[in-house]
Every structure is written in structure tokens, then in C-alpha cells.
Design a protein around this ligand. Structure first.
Ligand code: 5GP
Ligand code: MG
Length: 184
């Protein structure tokens, strides 16, 4: 784990609490998209949302395709700076579709604001956002979250797909990174 500041991890949400909440979100999405399967696409934002998306779609008994995109916001490993680079599925997959974005966490909102605009530009007929976490105190861009797992405070989270410089994505729960105090 070279390059990381000394830190410890503290559990914030257990596997059980996250699982229960995902079942609830999956139920809402099932109700919303039953009968609209042919005109709907789920879009997982890599890498952070891969575990959330996997658990969510396995709780939705509908035949809706799952696509992937990447969104990289530049900045250091704990802060993004609003410069977003996207890599999206082909236009034909998104055109005239209800696109449901599956995201791990909405922080400043910059990534989602850029992604949502781009999807509309590519011809999506409707874009909804489903995010596991949201940090409302950090918002810079206005984003409406249609399906939300948990509101969280302004701390740095890892686990359940979220990383700290590519570490900890595999944790089965959500934890907070606590920087160690310097002994000076
Ligand atoms: P935004 O553009 O909303 O500021 O940032 C969204 C992205 O920043 C998230 O998809 C995630 O990759 C990263 N991010 C924001 N807050 C956290 C956090 O607490 N932990 C981790 N691991 N990534 C975060
Ligand atoms: Mg993300």
C-alpha cells in the first residue's frame, strides 16, 4: 500500500445494512420498470459501482441489459476536481432508452452532471440516477438522485467497490478512512 498516508479503517455500514437497503432499491426499480424492459438500460459506472450494481441487478427480476461506462475525474486520490473524462457504450445502445445510471457515491456531483448531459446528447429519452451513497454537504453541481441508498457525511469511504488508490474495493462492508495522528 505504498503512497498512502498512514491510516486505520472504521466500519460505517455493515454488509447486512447495505444488503437490506439494496433490496429496497431493487424493489422500487422493479416496480418502476416492469413493462418497460425493452426500452431500458442499466448503466454501471466503473469501477466503484461494480459491486453495488452486481447486487442490485440480481435483486431485479426483469430482463434489462446492463451496460458499463467509465468516468474518471482528475485530482488526487481523495479529491476530484471536476475535470471528467468519460468512456461510454455506443450510441445505438442508449438512443431512445430510459438509462438508469448506477453509481457508487455522489460527492461534488460533477461526474454525474457531466454524464447525465452526455447521455441526453447521445439520445437517451430519460436518465435516472441510482446511487448507493450521497455526500450532500460537498455538492457543487445540482443533481437529482432518483434512488438513493444512504446519505453520508463528509468523510472518505472505502469498501463495497470504493477504493483508496485501488485498495479496499473488495471489503464486503463500507468503512471510513481515518488518518493516523502524527506523533510529533
Ligand atoms: P463527484 O464528481 O461527485 O465529486 O465524485 C464522484 C466520484 O468521486 C465517485 O464516483 C468516487 O469515485 C469518488 N469519490 C467521492 N467520494 C468518495 C469517497 O468517500 N470514497 C471514495 N473511495 N471515492 C469517492
Ligand atoms: Mg464512482
Amino acid at each position: 500500500m505504498s503512497g498512502l498516508i498512514p491510516h486505520t479503517l472504521k466500519t460505517y455500514l455493515t454488509k447486512k445494512r447495505i444488503g437490506d437497503r439494496i433490496e429496497l432499491l431493487a424493489g422500487k426499480l422493479t416496480d418502476r420498470y416492469t413493462g418497460l424492459e425493452d426500452e431500458t438500460v442499466f448503466l454501471c459506472v466503473l469501477k466503484g459501482a461494480f459491486i453495488f450494481s452486481a447486487d442490485l441487478v440480481r435483486n431485479i427480476p426483469l430482463n434489462i441489459p446492463l451496460e458499463f461506462c467509465t468516468a474518471r475525474s482528475y485530482g488526487d486520490s481523495m479529491n476530484s476536481d471536476g475535470n471528467v473524462s468519460l468512456s461510454l457504450p455506443p450510441k445505438r445502445v442508449l438512443r431512445e432508452k430510459n438509462v438508469v445510471i448506477l453509481e457508487d457515491i455522489i460527492d461534488t456531483g460533477c461526474t454525474l452532471a457531466v454524464l447525465k448531459d452526455k447521455l441526453k446528447e447521445l439520445g437517451a429519452s430519460r436518465v435516472e440516477i441510482c446511487s448507493l451513497l450521497s455526500k450532500p454537504s460537498r455538492r457543487k453541481a445540482k443533481v437529482e438522485i432518483d434512488y438513493l441508498g444512504f446519505e453520508v457525511p463528509d468523510l472518505f469511504f472505502v469498501g463495497f467497490g470504493l477504493d483508496y488508490a485501488e485498495n479496499y474495493r473488495n471489503l464486503d462492508h463500507l468503512a471510513v478512512v481515518i488518518p493516523s495522528k502524527k506523533n510529533s
